[in-house]
Ligand binder design. Structure first.
Ligand SMILES: Cc1ncc(COP(=O)(O)O)c(C=O)c1O
Length: 374
């Protein structure tokens, strides 16, 4: 009754954990800021609805918003509205990109561990997902050797994601160059998911944008302005990519949500301070959770440089999935690293998009659970 396509994919393991959570839990499983959107953006939605922004808008997004996005990134290249597609979140942007790029059997490299949509999106589009490992020893950046040996004549594109979910890793300039050199040599498209672009703690963001002519830069208002439920994102790419991906986008969603586009425009003009505020709060929480995890014997945390995730390695003779189950049973939500791919299986992901108080309580309970498994 159902297509091979839908039967080839499963709901993400993260959902299963969240379904187990009932009542009053400490949520360190969240993939979103624990803040509400900036007040002026919330006001703007009311205004937009009253002013009549309740109809279909241009399929690729309001020209003023596309232009504002192009201008925001002008230090990285000479972009105009023609280089921008406004999407219903990075999620739709990534799926329609895959649908526009892939012929059956063409291969796409994607990170393992990595964000949960990459593999299903490649499969839905008829492509062949080929994962490459990210290891803690290498600060969760790929090595040239690991990438090179996975490239075949059928490889069409590589997905990269920095700042990274689930590891908190960021990429440095030499790895960006290594990946671009490989892409150039093998005629690959780089799809760079940079939804955490604004959340780096030790250095300014390093981006693929503007560094290679076949980059599709994926971004979102979700994390930057704590608007995850508003579902607005965007792509920046050469205009011929935008034209073709724009067709898939039109037949998938018709157009972005008009009142949300209006509010996003206001946020771009007025709410930069808000992202900076969140970033400072996350920076303090990062330090707190890192220090608490570091004290627990058998848990080896990395100091994350971006996004809002910790991805410690569990160095005990126990299955991290059992540790997560027990931690969740005791009211603290977290995610087994394996939910993000086989290379994450010795790890557990904690989100520190949570209050200091909850981080402290959560780590106390986690330490007790680890004691039990020792
Ligand atoms: C790496 C990464 N990419 C994309 C997304 C999806 O973003 P959006 O809300 O814009 O669809 C997320 C959300 O958690 C993410 O972590």
């Amino acid at each position: 009754m159902f297509s091979d396509r839908v039967l080839s994919i499963e709901l993400s393991g993260i959902r299963k954990i969240f379904d187990m959570a009932q009542g009053n839990v400490i949520n360190l499983g969240l993939g979103e800021p624990d803040f509400q959107p900036p007040p002026e953006a919330m006001e703007a939605i009311h205004e937009a609805v009253k002013e009549g922004y309740n109809k279909y808008g241009p399929s690729k997004g309001f020209p003023e918003l596309r232009e504002a996005i192009a201008q925001k990134f002008s230090e990285y290249g000479n972009f105009s509205a023609n280089n921008v597609l406004v999407t219903t979140g990075a999620t739709e942007g990534m799926l329609t990109t895959m649908l526009a790029l892939l012929n059956p059997g063409e291969e796409v490299l994607y990170p393992n561990p990595g964000f949960v949509t990459y593999r299903p999106h490649i499969l839905i589009a008829g492509g062949r997902p080929v994962d490459y490992p990210l290891m803690q020893e290498n600060e969760f950046m790929p090595t040239q050797e690991e990438l090179q040996k996975r490239i075949t004549p059928r490889t069409k594109a590589i997905i990269v994601n920095y700042p990274n979910n689930p590891t908190g890793g960021v990429i440095d300039a030499s790895h960006i160059k290594m990946i671009i050199d490989l892409a150039e040599d093998n005629d690959l498209i780089i799809i760079s998911d940079e939804v955490y672009f604004h959340l780096t703690y030790d250095s300014p963001p390093q981006t693929f944008l503007g560094k290679y002519d076949k980059v599709i830069f994926v971004n979102s208002f979700s994390k930057e302005f704590a608007m995850t439920g508003w579902r607005l994102g965007y792509l920046i790419a050469p205009s011929e990519f935008i034209e073709q991906i724009g067709k898939m986008h039109y037949y998938t969603v018709a157009c972005p949500q008009s009142p949300i586009e209006y509010a996003a425009m206001v946020a771009l003009q007025k709410s930069r301070y808000y992202t900076d505020m969140m970033c400072e709060r996350f920076r303090a929480r990062r330090k707190l959770i890192y220090e608490l995890l570091k004290k627990i014997d058998g848990v080896n945390p990395n100091m994350p440089k971006g996004a809002f995730y910790m991805f410690p390695r569990i160095e005990l003779n126990a299955d991290p999935r059992d540790i997560v189950m027990e931690t969740v049973k005791r009211g603290v939500l977290c995610t087994p690293g394996e939910a993000f791919g086989s290379a994450g299986k010795r790890h557990i992901r904690f989100s520190y998009a949570a209050s200091e108080e909850n981080i402290k309580k959560g780590m106390e309970i986690f330490a007790e659970v680890i004691e039990k498994f020792r």
